[in-house]
Design a protein around this ligand. Structure first.
Ligand SMILES: Cc1cc2nc3c(=O)[nH]c(=O)nc-3n(C[C@H](O)[C@H](O)[C@H](O)COP(=O)(O)OP(=O)(O)OC[C@H]3O[C@@H](n4cnc5c(N)ncnc54)[C@H](O)[C@@H]3O)c2cc1C
Length: 256
């Protein structure tokens, strides 16, 4: 969650050169499909906050030691899961014991910032589909819809330039947070526009429905619903604003 340094999942040496990991994590995307996961765990039992953490690689196929409980969503599908680790074996660390915080921060900076350069190719395709749907439904003639489509295009272009500019600037504490704030909100607004341009059809799911997928979604509905999480995962908008406030603007620290 937001208080990542409060991690309580713990790992102890297993006597065979690896670790035994015990703890739990909710909202683990695609854990049911994954062969491996990475776990930030406390390897120094006396440590606090961001000290004494290690970044561990864990194989998922460990019956009795790892249990994955799917979280059923309103749509009937389960992309997210709660994962329980009970002495799960981790064979190795990334970056060595005790260096987990640095590895995790490097990974989060990538997820929030530079990785979005590739993601924006997908964003551009989604925007193309929304523009085509607006033309097909006739809503592209509505001046408000037109203005919002143009704005989405201009903002996507701005995001792409920001991502390119920050490619070579490692160590800029604000850049990944600025990127995350830009694309999270942008993607949500595109989702809202996608269902709006579809008109009444945007509110109705396509058939056939099944027991396993009771609410089949078209691409616009999928974009609308799943983009709600974009301002949460990878660090919420509030956390990105705190990072910019404290590390870039030098404002007083948020009361903890
Ligand atoms: C779709 C989805 C997929 C995810 N996938 C994964 C995954 O694969 N692996 C994984 O490890 N995690 C995953 N997560 C978890 C995600 O990282 C957390 O949900 C996120 O960091 C927020 O933490 P939280 O849910 O514990 O909310 P909390 O931390 O409890 O936050 C609740 C609210 O309080 C606000 N808040 C918290 N602290 C502060 C503060 N100091 N100042 C101001 N506001 C604050 C938050 O912004 C938020 O609005 C996923 C989440 C979602 C929604």
């Amino acid at each position: 969650g937001s208080d990542l340094a409060g991690v309580r999942t713990a790992a102890v040496p297993d006597g065979a050169g690896g670790y035994a990991v015990t703890g739990q994590k909710i909202w683990t995307s695609l854990a049911l499909d994954a062969d491996w996961c990475f776990v930030l765990a406390r390897t120094d039992p006396g440590s606090t906050r961001h000290h004494g953490l290690s970044f561990l690689l864990v194989e998922m196929d460990q019956p009795g030691r790892i249990e994955v409980r799917p979280i059923r969503q309103l749509t009937g599908t389960s992309e997210f899961n709660e994962v329980f680790l009970d002495g799960a074996r981790a064979a190795e660390t990334v970056g060595g014991e005790g260096n987990g915080w640095q590895v995790a921060m490097g990974l989060l900076a990538l997820e929030r910032g530079v990785s979005t350069l590739a993601q924006q190719i997908g964003f551009a395709r989604e925007l193309d589909r929304v523009v085509a749907a607006a033309v097909a439904s006739g809503s592209a003639e509505d001046p408000v819809i037109r203005a919002r489509l143009v704005r989405q295009w201009a903002e996507l272009d701005t995001m792409r330039r920001h991502a390119l500019r920050t490619l070579g600037s490692t160590g800029d504490p604000g850049a990944p947070s600025v990127a995350k704030l830009l694309w999270g909100g942008w993607h949500q607004r595109l989702g809202e526009l996608a269902v709006q341009v579809a008109g009444e059809a945007g509110a109705v799911g396509p058939e056939p429905w099944s027991e396993r997928r009771p609410y089949e979604l078209d691409s616009a509905q999928h974009l609308f619903l799943f983009s709600r999480a974009d301002t949460i995962y990878g660090g919420s908008d509030e956390i990105q604003r705190n990072i910019i406030a404290e590390r870039v603007l030098g404002l007083p620290r948020e009361p903890r």
